[in-house]
Design a binder for this molecule. Structure first.
Ligand code: THU
Length: 133
């Protein structure tokens, strides 16, 4: 599928402008292309109980599921200046669940697969040997 990185970047910027960041003053926006061609996005939402902060990627995943699901194909995350931001460790795991190792991410160093950012990942396919029900 053709990836329009410029469009993803502008959608991430638009999401960043909606961020709720009264504590860090560090707005983040993320946007991703889904397997069916739609675009999902999210912004960070902070909390007075700082540790409860929702990263932009959390909002994006919520948008993905609430708008019909599917697989993430390409992802862009930006700061207030529109520079590429790397997803935090926790959010790399969220992206693994919904994009898999082949998910393409825009970075300072160009486009990279998630497998480079989260090698040897734990994912849904690892959950096989459960207790019998
Ligand atoms: N943040 C994100 O939204 N995504 C990331 O992957 C890194 C961090 C947010 C959380 C917090 O609101 C702010 O950036 C500063 O850490």
């Amino acid at each position: 599928m053709e990836i329009n990185w410029q469009l993803l970047h502008s959608e991430a910027l638009a999401a960043m402008k909606k961020a709720y960041v009264p504590y860090s003053h560090f707005p983040v926006g993320a946007a991703a292309l889904v397997s069916d061609g739609r675009i999902v996005s999210g912004c960070n939402v902070e909390n007075a109980s700082y540790g409860l902060t929702l990263c932009a990627e959390c909002g994006l995943v919520s948008d993905l599921i609430a708008s019909g699901g599917g697989k993430l194909i390409a992802f862009s995350c930006v700061d207030i200046n529109g520079n590429a931001l790397m997803p935090c460790g926790r959010c790399r795991q969220l992206l693994q669940e919904h994009g898999g190792s082949a998910l393409q991410l825009m970075t300072d160093q160009g486009v990279k697969p998630l497998s480079e950012l989260l090698p040897w990942a734990f994912g849904p396919e690892e959950i096989t040997n459960r207790l019998p029900s």
